[in-house]
Ligand binder design. Structure first.
Ligand code: ADQ
Length: 462
C-alpha cells in the first residue's frame, strides 16, 4: 500500500516539531494514521488570499506532510459561509427553515472543490489511499476521478444524513449524490444516517442497494456505505486529566459552587446544539421545583463559531437574552443560577470541569455523533460518577443508551431528567456509568481511523 492522503476543509498544521503528538481528538488520530502511512494532509490553510496563482504551502513534521492552499474572499463567502454552512449544514441537521438555496454559492462550492482537486491531484501516486472528510467536500472524489485517478477513495460524513423527503428540497440533489457514488467507501456516524442514504439511493436514483453489505450499484460501479461511529482520543484525554491544569480547573469550579450541584454544558455555539431549548428546560425545572433552585448551578461553555453566517449571530443574541432573563428572575445577591461563558478551554481544563460537574447536559436537536457526551463520561470518577443527560437525536445516543435519554424539544422532559439526575442514588449512577464506559474507552478515535482505513484498503475497486 502507498501513502495515506487525508483531505479536509481545514488542516491542523503542527506548529513545531513533535506538536502533532500533543494534539487530541480527530487531528491527533489523523496525524497518527498519517505517520503510520507516511501520509499527506491536504486542505485550506484558513487564510484568505486573492492572489490568483497562490501556491500549495507544505510543511513536514514527524513523517507527516501538511499541504495547504489559501482561499479568496469570494471562495470563503460562497463555498464556506455560503453553500457549506448556510445550505448543507442546516439541511443535513433537518433545519429547512434556516436553509438558504443560492445558485451562486452552489457554483462557488463546485469551483472550490475543483480547485482542491487541481491542487491535490499531482500529490497523489498510484497506490495511495485517499480519504476525504465531510460535507464541504462531497463532490471531491468525482472531481479527482475526472483527473484520471483510479485510486481507492473513501469519504466520511461527520454530520447526519437527512431523510429523503427533506433532502430532495436541495436543488440538484441528484447531481450531488451521484458524485458520492464515485467513492469506493462512504462512511456515516450511525446506522440511521446510513439507512437514510441507502433509501435515497434506491428511491431517487434507482440504484441497486444491498442493505446487508451496504453495496450501492449504479451504472456498473459499486460503492459501499457503512457506519463508523467516531470516538474520542481516550489515551490523550486521560493523560490530560492527570495534569495539574485539570485538577486546578476542577477545584476552581467546585469551590465556586458552594455545595450546590454543578451541571455543565460544553458546545460550539451552534443552533444544532439545542442551547435555547436547554435553557427553556432549566427554566421549567426552576418553575416546577422552586424549592430546588438553590441546589443547582448550571455552567454553559459555548465559544462562538461561524460568526459570518446570519443564523449564528441570531442564535448568540437569543441565548444571551434567555440567560439574562432566567438569571434576572432567579439570582440572589451572592449566586446566579446560570453561568454562560463564551470562550474555549483546553482539554485538560474541560476534563477538570466535567469531573467536578455531577450532571452533564448534552441536548442537541440533531448531531452526527457528539464527542462532548463521550468526553463527559470519560472524565468521571468511577467511584462517584456523574449523570449524563443525552438527547435522543445525537448519534451518540445509539451507543450510550444507559444515559438519561431525553427529547430536547420538551422542556418538561428536560426538567424531569434534571430532577432525576439530582436525586439519583450512587448505585444507579455507577450502574449506568459501568454500562457506558467500555464503548467510550474501546470505540475510540484510533480504532475508528484503523477501521476506516483498513476497510478502504480492502474494498474492491468499483
Ligand atoms: P462538532 O459539531 O464540533 O463536531 P462535537 O462532536 O461535540 O461537535 O465535538 C466538539 C469538540 O470540540 C469536542 O472535542 C469538545 O471538547 C470541543 N469543544 C467544544 N466546546 C469547547 C470549548 N468551549 N472549549 C474547548 N473545546 C471545546 C462535528 C459533528 C459531530 C461529530 C464531530 C466528530 O457535528 O456530530 O461528533 O464532528 O465527527
Amino acid at each position: 500500500m502507498g501513502k495515506l492522503i487525508v483531505i479536509s476543509n481545514r488542516v491542523a498544521v503542527p506548529k513545531a516539531r513533535g506538536a502533532a503528538g500533543a494534539q487530541g481528538g480527530l487531528a491527533g488520530a489523523l496525524n497518527s494514521a498519517l505517520r503510520d502511512h507516511k501520509g499527506i494532509w491536504f486542505g485550506w490553510s484558513g487564510e484568505e488570499s486573492d492572489d490568483e496563482d497562490n501556491e500549495i504551502s507544505t510543511q513536514s513534521h514527524d513523517g507527516v506532510t501538511t499541504a495547504t492552499i489559501d482561499l479568496s474572499n469570494r471562495d470563503i463567502d460562497e463555498y464556506y459561509n455560503g453553500y457549506a454552512n448556510a445550505t448543507l449544514w442546516p439541511l443535513f441537521h433537518f433545519r429547512l427553515d434556516l436553509t438558504e438555496y443560492e445558485r451562486e454559492t452552489g457554483k462557488g462550492y463546485e469551483r472550490v472543490n475543483e480547485r482542491f482537486a487541481d491542487s491535490v491531484a499531482p500529490l497523489i501516486e498510484e497506490d495511495d489511499l485517499v480519504w476525504v472528510h465531510d460535507y464541504h467536500l462531497i463532490p471531491l472524489g468525482e472531481r479527482l476521478r475526472s483527473h484520471g485517478l483510479k485510486n481507492r477513495i473513501g469519504f466520511f460524513l461527520h454530520i447526519p444524513w437527512p431523510p429523503t423527503r427533506l433532502f430532495v428540497s436541495l436543488p440538484y440533489h441528484e447531481r450531488l449524490v451521484r458524485t458520492m457514488l464515485q467513492y469506493d467507501l462512504v462512511g456515516f456516524q450511525t446506522v440511521d444516517w446510513r439507512e437514510s442514504f441507502l433509501h435515497y439511493c434506491s428511491e431517487e436514483l434507482g440504484a441497486e442497494v444491498d442493505e446487508e453489505t451496504g453495496a450501492v450499484t449504479l451504472d456498473g460501479w459499486t460503492t459501499y456505505a457503512r457506519a463508523y461511529p467516531i470516538g474520542i482520543d481516550w489515551d490523550h484525554f486521560q493523560s490530560e486529566g492527570e495534569t495539574g491544569d485539570a485538577r486546578q480547573a476542577g477545584q476552581r469550579l467546585l469551590s465556586s459552587t458552594r455545595r450546590r450541584t454543578a451541571m455543565i454544558g460544553v458546545d460550539r455555539l451552534d443552533y444544532s446544539k439545542g442551547l435555547p431549548e436547554r435553557l427553556d428546560g432549566i427554566a421549567r425545572f426552576f418553575d416546577q421545583f422552586p424549592e430546588r433552585v438553590s441546589d443547582l448551578v448550571f455552567i454553559q461553555i459555548a465559544p462562538p463559531s461561524r460568526e459570518d453566517v446570519d443564523s449564528y449571530r441570531q442564535i448568540r443574541a437569543e441565548l444571551e437574552q434567555k440567560a439574562g432573563q432566567i438569571n434576572g428572575a432567579r439570582s440572589e445577591v451572592d449566586m446566579v443560577p446560570i453561568r454562560y461563558v463564551n470562550r474555549g478551554y483546553s482539554h485538560a481544563e474541560l476534563f477538570g470541569f466535567f469531573r467536578a460537574a455531577k450532571i452533564g447536559l448534552v441536548t442537541p436537536l440533531r448531531d452526527g455523533m457528539n464527542l462532548v457526551a463521550k468526553e463527559y463520561i470519560a472524565a468521571q470518577d468511577p467511584l462517584d460518577p456523574g449523570v449524563l443527560i443525552l438527547s435522543q437525536f445525537a448519534g451518540a445516543a445509539l451507543q450510550m443508551p444507559e444515559s438519561l435519554i431525553v427529547n430536547p424539544h420538551s422542556p418538561d422532559d428536560l426538567a424531569y431528567a434534571i430532577r432525576t439526575a439530582l436525586d439519583m442514588p450512587l448505585a444507579e449512577r455507577q450502574r449506568r456509568y459501568e454500562a457506558t464506559i467500555a464503548t467510550v474507552r474501546d470505540d475510540n478515535v484510533k480504532q475508528w481511523t484503523d477501521d476506516f482505513v483498513s476497510d478502504l484498503a480492502n474494498t474492491g475497486l468499483g
